[in-house]
Design a protein around this ligand. Structure first.
Ligand code: M6R
Length: 593
């Protein structure tokens, strides 16, 4: 959730570099931010509330400071409100140690009580502050030892960086929350970040810190250790196939619209897979005694859509559940079961926890992820990368359609019809390429302008497009802040139809399949009660008050139908003066439970 950056090396503007690194991570958290650096024998700190994207320079003398060592943090508040005091970095009581942290220290109240009894004073409401005080408590001249002792007292999920005014070191530890070390181009230059974009402008050579490990970054190198045994761990340097340009906005005003438009290529890229892995996973699904598709938020809606795709194409039942609900199914798990996790970031805590539950029961774990270097990818037995490229807007768009494309392909492969699936998806990718033109966007922009003042809107779908109605709602909620709800069309008459009044917009997702007559009938029921019907469909209908044409995608209708809704959500955000890339209260990667 929060963004973490650290630098130690020959450059002498480490504090400013921390600011730049945090700007690249702002999608992870954006309510406040701060930087700490070491100058001679002092620690200097600067912290602010608000968005770092609006800042070009540090506001204090840190901007000009001659410093080779700095850490920084952009926050998504968990413990304590959005105040300067609660912003990171946090200092230990004697001011000699600075800490940044992502995650939640579950036993922080207990630790706080213990430290208070020893005379430590707390100035923030955060769980993080306990870490600095603990290190100070254990410190007897050896920073690494004190750090390791303190970390072993922590319960929960965390990524922690610590610096000390008397040591030219960055110490870091992780459990359940990502930390990646970047290896610079000059000797003994190291970066550390919660995500690669933090330092991608300097290096794409990385080493991964794993759970329960710490790294000591110093002037003589970076040393990885198992925290409990102090055993040295050798790490391989991996060169990532990522470029800076794909992680930037280019000529687009926002990442969200850039990423929507990238769907011209990303779906094609997703299906250009090494078919071997698709076949391996398809075979695992065919053989499994119980397959579970899971994900959270949008990825959860994709998992649900996947269960319909499997039923329709592969004639195979798969169970769907949200990541956070998976543990309730653990009694049905054994070594013959299969868990398929869907995630853009591969770092979502609820999904990672489901993997832990599954692994304890000997379940095979597969993941369909965008970030190939993520914890999820690295802990799964089978990995299908979706190859969508960095997705930075908080609202998922291109990753969603790529995940849907992979699931469609997988369903065909499971039915031993992979070629047919490939052919269908290639043709859909081409149609989406044609659809995403300025005239199409403009038609949807006009609709956004027309409905911008509404308080509520509803979305209905059926069959393959039921999950898309739910996904449409989440997209509209996230960036437009309009109350939006998705329903199975047939469910409206059982209650929700009471919410419809004169002019209430209702988006009807009408696929050209056996559900068409039913969903049109449901739309008619809404219209009869004054609803304003926005039809998303290959064909127009007299029921529609506003028609958005989509290609006739057949079994790829979930992919084509969500795209106009993504565009609508984006333009509603713009016309309502919201920042679509950084919606209030949200963060891109939800690494807390
Ligand atoms: O990185 P993940 O795909 O695992 O993230 C899961 C959800 O947090 C994510 O889909 C969230 O709902 C998005 N903001 C939706 O646009």
């Amino acid at each position: 959730m929060c963004g973490i950056f650290g630098y130690l090396g020959p450059r002498n503007d480490a504090a400013h570099m921390a600011l730049l690194g945090l700007k690249n991570l702002e999608y992870r958290g954006y309510d406040s931010w701060g930087v700490a650096c070491k100058t001679d024998h002092h620690l200097e700190i600067e912290k602010h509330i608000g968005k770092i994207s609006e800042v070009t320079n540090l506001k204090t003398e840190l901007e000009q400071a001659d410093t080779h060592l700095a850490i920084g943090h952009s926050r998504w508040a968990t413990h304590g409100g959005v105040t300067e005091n609660n912003a990171h970095p946090h200092l230990s009581q004697n001011g000699k140690i600075a800490i940044v942290h992502n995650g939640i220290i579950e036993n922080y109240l207990e630790l706080r009580e213990e430290l208070s009894a020893k005379g430590f004073k707390f100035v923030s409401e955060t769980d993080t502050e306990t870490i600095g005080h603990l290190i100070e408590f254990y410190y007897q001249g050896n920073f690494e030892q004190a750090f390791a002792k303190a970390i072993q007292r922590l319960q929960g999920r965390y990524a922690v960086l610590a610096i000390h005014k008397d040591h030219n070191l960055i110490l870091a530890a992780r459990k359940g929350s990502p930390l990646i070390v970047g290896v610079g181009s000059t000797e003994n230059e190291f970066f550390i970040g919660s995500d690669v974009p933090a330092f991608l402008q300097y290096t794409n050579r990385v080493m991964y810190l794993d759970d329960d490990q710490m790294v000591i970054i110093g002037e003589n190198g970076a040393y990885f250790l198992e925290i409990s045994t102090k055993q040295v761990v050798e790490k391989r340097i991996i060169t990532l196939d990522l470029d800076l340009e794909s992680a930037e906005k280019g000529s687009f005003p926002h990442f969200m619209i850039k990423e929507i438009m990238e769907q011209k290529e990303t779906i094609q890229r997703a299906i250009n897979q090494d078919t071997k892995t698709i076949e391996i996973l398809a075979e695992a699904i065919r053989k499994a005694h119980g397959t579970f598709f899971i994900g959270c938020g949008t990825a959860g809606k994709v998992a649900l859509a996947g269960s319909y795709l499997f039923s329709r194409i592969a004639k195979k039942h798969v169970n769907f559940t949200f990541g956070s609900e998976f543990a309730s199914y653990q009694d049905f798990l054994n070594e013959k079961a299969l868990l398929v996790c869907i995630s853009q970031s591969g770092e979502t805590a609820d999904t990672l926890e489901a993997i832990e539950v599954a692994k304890k029961k000997g379940v095979t774990v597969a993941s369909i992820v965008n970030v190939e270097s993520s914890t999820m990818a690295r802990t799964s037995d089978i990995v299908l990368p979706i190859k969508a490229g960095p997705e930075k807007a908080v609202a998922s768009t291109k990753a969603t359609t790529s995940q849907l494309a992979i699931l469609t392909l997988l369903a065909y492969a499971t039915a031993n019809r992979l070629k047919e699936g490939q052919y269908l998806l290639v043709s859909t990718a081409g149609e989406i390429n044609d659809m995403l033109n300025p005239r199409y966007e403009d038609h949807i922009r006009k609709l956004a302008d027309q409905i911008k003042e509404v308080e509520s809107m509803y979305i209905i779908g059926k069959g393959l497009n039921y999950a898309i109605a739910l996904e449409a709602a989440i997209k509209l909620q996230e960036v437009s802040y309009i109350h939006a709800e998705g329903f199975a069309g047939g469910e409206l008459k059982h209650g929700p139809i009471a919410l419809i009044s004169q002019g209430t917009p209702c988006i009807a997702i009408v696929a050209n399949d056996e559900t068409k007559a039913d969903i049109l009938g449901n739309a008619m029921e809404v219209k009869a009660r004054g609803g304003y019907i926005i039809g998303i469909s290959p064909d127009n209908s007299e029921i529609f008050d506003y028609w958005i044409k989509v290609p006739d995608g057949g079994n790829t209708s979930p992919i084509v139908n969500i795209i106009p809704i993504q565009i609508l959500a984006y333009h509603l955000a713009i016309v309502r003066k919201n920042n679509p890339d950084m919606p209030r209260n949200l963060a891109k990667s939800v690494t807390v439970k």
